[in-house]
Design a binder for this molecule. Structure first.
Ligand code: PLP
Length: 448
């Protein structure tokens, strides 16, 4: 099919103040019409987006270093996604997979079973959001093991539904006033290398010892259905666990009949220089949860796991009206084809080299950067009061404001509200990325 796409030039162009007059007017309507419980990272209203450029209604071309929170890894409005969506919407929009099945759902599951780590037999379930996938992974693990307890970690983020709020670590803004929360959730210490108070040389062994000791003394390993962890913590501030920690947890899980669940919602689909972040240490989870980057911007999420675990539920025990919507599945097949055909895993490593070396050069110059961390196209800087490890939220806010004013969208993160994270579309050009990093550096230099 030939489609006409409004492609945007991949350049930054700021033609008004940000927000410009049209966005300012539109945002008044936003305030009047939409729930005050919603946040907003950048105060502009978008009318088009392509690859790594967002165009607002005042005509500003903004560099996207957020990908809608790690979603448009294949670029905004990637051509294979657009083509597949248009073709699908002309055929049918919905049947409900559990009413009358269709091939798109089956093909996405086949692709996930093929692409996720491990050579064992796998099966998948499709749902609408990351949180819904986490909920289902927990349901499945409990049903399979007939055990109640779920082990999670400090700094974790797993979503905003009742169960996933309980699984999430941070109170403000995710949980405050929204309880009571689900039970049988146990939070474990997370080895956060930058802030680890113990001996950093033995961090992995010490953290594993703390976690397994707590599991055995406070829960009983035989009561644990699942250990659930993000291979690199996203909202928590791109905390990369020390080498050996994930393999250690995975090994402990298999020895104790515990389902090891990797929440790859933010780290998946070529984000970290691998297709999935657990590949870095050859960890094979029993269940993997994916969402964000799966479908180039359409709402879709998946639970993929060992066939015997995924089959443990009785028929009709799992499902949902919209889960695996055919248009979202068509988009996912377009996104997956883009990742494979455009070699986006390699591209993600290349972005990682540019990002990492530029950020480390800035850290060497500006002591307000306490640490640079992450992998591939998922990296962050943690800002501190120079000479200390004290979180510097004011510096973060000032750098983000500078970036926005100059047409670069960056996102915050972190338990202490002092992390700037970079999640560019993996298709971003080198020139555009370097331009964005020069704007970032001006913002950092301005506070130094
Ligand atoms: C975003 C996110 C979720 C929740 O996904 P939603 O689609 O927003 O429900 C869960 N886990 C991780 C690691 C995430 O980053």
């Amino acid at each position: 099919m030939t489609i006409t796409q409004n492609k945007l030039p991949q350049v930054r162009k700021v033609v008004t103040a940000i927000p410009g007059p049209k966005s300012t007017e539109a945002l008044k309507r936003r305030t009047e019409a939409t729930s005050g419980g919603l946040g907003m990272a950048i105060p502009v209203v978008i009318q088009r987006a392509h690859d790594a450029i967002l165009e607002d209604i005042d005509g500003n071309l903004i560099i996207d270093l957020g990908s809608g929170i790690g979603v448009t890894n294949v670029g905004n409005s990637a051509s294979r996604v657009v083509e597949n969506v248009i073709a699908q919407v002309q055929n049918f929009t919905h049947t409900c997979f559990t009413v009358a099945p269709y091939m798109g759902y089956i093909e996405v599951c086949e692709a996930l079973n093929r692409l996720t780590p491990g050579t064992h037999a796998k099966k998948s379930l499709l749902v609408n959001s990351g949180a819904e996938a986490v909920e289902n992974a927990v349901k499945i693990a409990r049903h399979y093991t007939k055990r109640p307890a779920i082990v999670v970690f400090e700094h974790s983020y797993h979503g905003r539904t009742n169960l996933t709020m309980a699984l999430t670590a941070k109170n403000m803004p995710y949980k405050e006033g929204f309880g009571p929360f689900a039970t049988e959730i146990y939070r474990m210490p997370m080895p956060y290398p930058y802030r680890w108070v113990g001996d950093k040389a033995t961090i992995t062994e010490d953290a594993l010892e703390m976690v397994t000791h707590k599991i055995e003394k406070e829960i009983g390993a035989h009561n644990v259905a699942a250990i659930l962890i993000e291979p690199i913590q996203g909202e928590g501030g791109f905390i990369v666990p020390p080498k050996g920690f994930l393999p250690g947890l995975s090994e402990y899980s298999s020895k104790n009949g515990i389902v090891f669940i990797a929440d790859e919602v933010q780290t998946g689909f070529a984000r970290t220089g691998h297709l999935f972040a657990v590949e870095e240490e050859s960890v094979v989870p029993d269940i993997m949860i994916t969402a964000k980057g799966i479908a180039g911007g359409l709402p879709l999420a998946a639970v993929t796991g060992r066939a015997e675990i995924m089959d443990s539920s009785h028929a009709s025990g799992l499902g949902g009206t919209f889960g695996g919507n055919p248009i979202a599945c068509a988009a996912a097949l377009g996104a997956i084809a883009t990742i494979e055909e455009e070699k986006l895993v390699e591209r993600s490593r290349h972005i990682g080299e540019i990002l990492g070396s530029s950020l480390r050069a800035m850290a060497a110059k500006y002591p307000v950067i306490g640490e640079v961390r992450g992998r591939g196209a998922m990296q962050a800087i943690e800002l501190v009061v120079p000479g200390t490890t004290e979180p510097n939220g004011a510096a973060m806010a000032s750098v983000i404001a500078h970036c926005q004013k100059n047409g670069v969208l960056v996102l915050s993160a972190g338990t202490y509200g002092n992390v700037i994270r970079f999640l560019p579309p993996v298709v971003i050009t080198d020139e555009l990325l370097k331009d964005a990093l020069s704007v970032l550096e001006e913002g950092i230099a301005a506070i130094a």
